[in-house]
Design a binder for this molecule. Structure first.
Ligand code: ZN
Length: 311
């Protein structure tokens, strides 16, 4: 064997050894969003290999499936979904065409993260998609509340322990650490947001009810007439009127919406301000994990509220 072939043999052997170790020790997990991926990495540590399908800067209701998604889902031992029909437009065909029995809904390897969290805006009476409302089963943006993040982490801890019983203690210890970090951070965020309790604001989409309720803020209107429906002139004029009457200045926008209408509204309202917050990990480049998601949004929002309220 000359030097060149022995180098190649060494590289190939190393690759195979690495692949074997990965296959033996790491659970292959695919999540719908980067928020779920972040929490899964927090709890799963080096026992998991996690891929998120929707990027944080994409509207999670409308994700364009890529061929790589099918491959990722086909290999997964566990799929973690947001649920509440957030992914109704793109996930079901993907799961079906993955030909992976382990992660079909109802199977052991499918976890709907919405099942044990607090869901707001659950409609009573007949469930309808009137006018294209994309929140027919209650608000699916529930991860934007640290308390729900904790509940998601608990469900993931339990599921990982079920799929990999030998690592149960490891997942429990990782969860406890996540819980401690989140609890410490929440105390900080509460102090930062305390002066602005009761302040009213507007958001583009209904992404923030859990977040705003958690920090004592009141959403008095939306740029969208209904979730998933683009702004209309009539609705926009009504909103400007309501904002003027209520002295409301702040419009929160998700990074994937056009700023045109929000900016036009802000220009019509005394002291009007448009603020882009990150609805998900990866929504802006600074936000790389679940705790940072709140750190970033709380600090940015507090800065804007300080300007708006003078407090
Ligand atoms: Zn939505």
């Amino acid at each position: 064997m000359n030097i060149r072939t022995s180098v190649i043999a060494f590289v190939v052997a190393g690759f195979l050894a690495g692949a074997t170790v990965d296959a033996q020790s790491q659970l292959n997990i695919v999540t719908s969003t980067e928020d779920l991926a972040s929490i899964t990495r927090d709890v799963g540590g080096d026992k998991v290999a996690v891929t998120a399908l929707a990027k944080g800067y994409q509207d999670p209701h409308f994700v364009e499936p890529k061929p790589s998604f099918i491959l990722a889902v086909n290999r997964a031992a566990l799929y973690i979904a947001i649920g509440r029909e957030l992914e109704i437009g793109w996930l079901p065909p993907l799961i079906t065409s993955s030909r992976n029995a382990r992660i079909q809904p109802g199977a052991n390897g499918y976890l709907d993260a919405s099942l044990n969290v607090r869901i707001l805006e659950i409609l009573t009476g007949q469930i309808t998609r009137a006018m294209g409302d994309v929140h027919p089963l209650g608000n699916p943006h529930y991860w934007l509340e640290p308390g729900n993040g904790r509940l998601i982490a608990q469900a993931i801890r339990n599921k990982l322990g079920e799929l990999s019983p030998a690592d149960r203690a490891y997942f429990a210890q990782r969860y406890d650490d996540f819980d401690r970090r989140l609890t410490a951070a929440e105390k900080r965020w509460d102090v930062t947001m305390a002066p602005y309790k009761g302040t009213k604001l507007v958001t583009y989409h209904r992404s923030w009810p859990n977040f705003m309720e958690r920090f004592g803020l009141e959403v008095m209107g939306y740029v969208e007439p209904k979730p998933g429906i683009p702004p209309s002139p009539v609705h926009t004029l009504e909103l400007i009127d309501e904002m003027k009457r209520g002295g409301v200045k702040l419009i929160v926008v998700e990074p994937y919406f056009s700023l045109k209408t929000p900016q036009a509204i802000a220009n019509q309202v005394p002291g009007g301000q448009v603020l882009i917050l990150a609805p998900s990990v990866g929504g802006v480049k600074e936000v790389t994990d679940y705790v940072q998601l709140f750190e970033y949004n709380v600090n940015l929002l507090a800065g804007a509220l300080k300007k708006a309220t003078g407090k």
